[in-house]
Design a protein around this ligand. Structure first.
Ligand SMILES: NC(=O)C1=CN([C@@H]2O[C@H](COP(=O)(O)OP(=O)(O)OC[C@H]3O[C@@H](n4cnc5c(N)ncnc54)[C@H](OP(=O)(O)O)[C@@H]3O)[C@@H](O)[C@H]2O)C=CC1
Ligand SMILES: CC(=O)N[C@@H](CCC(=O)OP(=O)(O)O)C(=O)O
Length: 334
C-alpha cells in the first residue's frame, strides 16, 4: 500500500481525489489536510461533502508545515492554489515523496510565465526543470519516472487532446491558428465563494480574452500558436471545448480519423466518436474526455467534452498516479 496525503482535500478537486483514492486498492489515505487557519479544520470531509458520508469520514487536518506529514507518506496530492503548491511541493519532494500537483505552479518551465500570469517569481527552478507535465495520454513514459507531476489545467487538457493528434500528424495549415473556444462550469473557479461566481451573478460570458494563463500553457506544450478564449457557463461542472482549425490542402476526413485513431485507440479515457460530437451529459461525473469532429473542405471543427474536476483535474491526477506506479491506467477510475 502507498500512504498518501491529500492537501486541499475540502476543495472541489480535493474531494474528487479523496473519492477515487478511497477506492484505489493500492492507496491508503493517511490524512486529509487544509490550511492551518482553515475554518473547516477538525470537520469531517463528509460534513462538507455529504455524498461521502459513510465512505470517507476522515477529518480535515490543519497543515502548518509539510514536515508534519512528509515522512509519513509516500505520495502527496496538492489540490491547492498555485502559490500554495509552489511553496509546499519542494518540501514534500525533499523528503522523497512523489508529488502530483493539480495547480499551475510547475506546468511551464519559464519564470517569466509565472511572473506575468501567476503574480509571483518562481523560486524553484530546479523543480521546474524536473517537473513532468501530466497530460496522461501523451506523457506516459516521462510520467513513469517522475517525482513531480504537474497535472494540466482543465482547459489545456481539452484543448491539447483535441489538437495534438493533428499537430503530430502534420495535418494543420499553420497559416490559420487554431481557434479554441471553451466553456467551463462554475466549479472551475473553486469552492471559495466570490461574487463573480455566485448564483445570481453567473451568466454565460467570455473572459480572459487574449490574456488567460491557460493560453501560454497550451502553446508551450502544443508547440503551435493558438487563439484561446475561455467562457464561464451557468452550470456546475464540465468543459465543452470547440476548436476550429484549417487543414493542409488535400487532407481528407480519413486522414483526420486515422490521426485520432492512432493517438487514442489504446487510450481508454479518451473516447473518439466515429460520428457526431459530444455533449457534457456524456462526461460529467466521469473520468473521460470525449472527442468528435466535423470537416468541410479544408476547415475542421473538433469538439471535446470533459468534467473539469475529473479529466480536467483529479481523475487525470489519479491516471498519472497509476502510470507512475505501474498500475492499470484506469484503476479506481472506471
Ligand atoms: N476547479 C477546477 O476545475 C480545477 C482546479 N484545478 C486546480 O486545482 C487546485 C484546487 O482547485 P479547487 O479544488 O477548485 O480549489 P478550491 O478552492 O475548491 O480548494 C482549495 C483547497 O485548498 C485548501 N487550502 C487553501 N489554502 C491552503 C494552504 N495554505 N495549505 C493547505 N491547504 C490550503 C482549501 O481549504 P482551506 O481554504 O479551508 O484551507 C481547499 O481545501 C487549484 O490549483 C486549481 O487551480 C485544476 C484543474 C481544474
Ligand atoms: C471557470 C474558471 O474559473 N476556471 C479556471 C480554470 C481552472 C483550472 O483549470 O485551474 P488551474 O489551471 O488553475 O489548475 C480559470 O479560468 O482560472
Amino acid at each position: 500500500m502507498l500512504n498518501t496525503l491529500i492537501v486541499g482535500a475540502s476543495g472541489y478537486a480535493g474531494v474528487e481525489l479523496a473519492t477515487y483514492l478511497n477506492r484505489h486498492p493500492h492507496m491508503n489515505i493517511t490524512a486529509l489536510a487544509v490550511s492551518a487557519q482553515s475554518p473547516d479544520a477538525g470537520k469531517l470531509l463528509s460534513d462538507l461533502h455529504p455524498q461521502l458520508k459513510g465512505i470517507v469520514d476522515l477529518p480535515l487536518q490543519p497543515l502548518s508545515e509539510a514536515s508534519e506529514w512528509a515522512d509519513k507518506v509516500d505520495v502527496v496530492f496538492l489540490a491547492t492554489a498555485h502559490e500554495v503548491s509552489h511553496d509546499l511541493a519542494p518540501e514534500f519532494l525533499k523528503a522523497g515523496c512523489v508529488v502530483f500537483d493539480l495547480s499551475g505552479a510547475f506546468r511551464v518551465n519559464d519564470d517569466a510565465f509565472y511572473t506575468q500570469y501567476y503574480g509571483f517569481s518562481h523560486q524553484h527552478q530546479d523543480w521546474l526543470d524536473k517537473a513532468v507535465y501530466g497530460l496522461a495520454e501523451w506523457q506516459h513514459d516521462k510520467i513513469k519516472d517522475a517525482q513531480l507531476v504537474a497535472v494540466p489545467g482543465c482547459y489545456p487538457t481539452a484543448a491539447q487532446l483535441s489538437l495534438k493528434p493533428l499537430v503530430e500528424a502534420g495535418l494543420l495549415n499553420d497559416a490559420q491558428w487554431p481557434v479554441i473556444n471553451a466553456t467551463s462550469g462554475v466549479s472551475g473557479a473553486g469552492r471559495k465563494a466570490n461574487v463573480g461566481t455566485s448564483f445570481c451573478e453567473v451568466s454565460l460570458q467570455p473572459y480572459g480574452l487574449f490574456n488567460h494563463r491557460h493560453h501560454p500553457e497550451i502553446v508551450a506544450h502544443l508547440g503551435t500558436p493558438v487563439i484561446f478564449t475561455p467562457h464561464l457557463g451557468s452550470f456546475p461542472r464540465g468543459i465543452l471545448s470547440t476548436t476550429t482549425c484549417r487543414l493542409k490542402a488535400g487532407v481528407t476526413q480519413q486522414d483526420v480519423a486515422v490521426a485520432f485513431h492512432k493517438a487514442y485507440h489504446d487510450k481508454p479515457l479518451v473516447r473518439v466518436y466515429e460520428k457526431g460530437v459530444p455533449a457534457l451529459k456524456a462526461v460529467v461525473g466521469l473520468p473521460f474526455c470525449d472527442i468528435g469532429f466535423a470537416m468541410q473542405g479544408e476547415h475542421l471543427i473538433v469538439v471535446a467534452a470533459e468534467d473539469n474536476l475529473l479529466k480536467g483535474a483529479s481523475s487525470q491526477a489519479v491516471q498519472c498516479l497509476n502510470i507512475r506506479f505501474g498500475f492499470p491506467e484506469t484503476l479506481s477510475l472506471i
